[in-house]
Design a protein around this ligand. Sequence first.
Ligand SMILES: [Zn+2]
Length: 89
Amino acid sequence: MVVFTYAGCAVLSPLGREALWKAFGVPVFEQYLNSKNKLPATECDAHSGLHVVSGCEGFRLEHDICACGNPAPRLMRESRLEELAGLLA
Ligand SMILES: [Zn+2]
């Protein structure tokens, strides 16, 4: 199952992910869309952040190699939460 989250909006929470798992019994993959519905980052099988597709300037990124083997930097959940906190400040 794919869940779309948007710039400036809430990220998929662990509780939300668990609820979807219980309801549908399938893994959930988050796709992060910007305000133009372009895909800056997407979640992989390792569920360890979202791999940057394009953009994501201004976010703090994780550059260690992901468990899935994809070398693309990852946008971490914490970075998205920092984005939200910045919008509220
Ligand atoms: Zn990965």
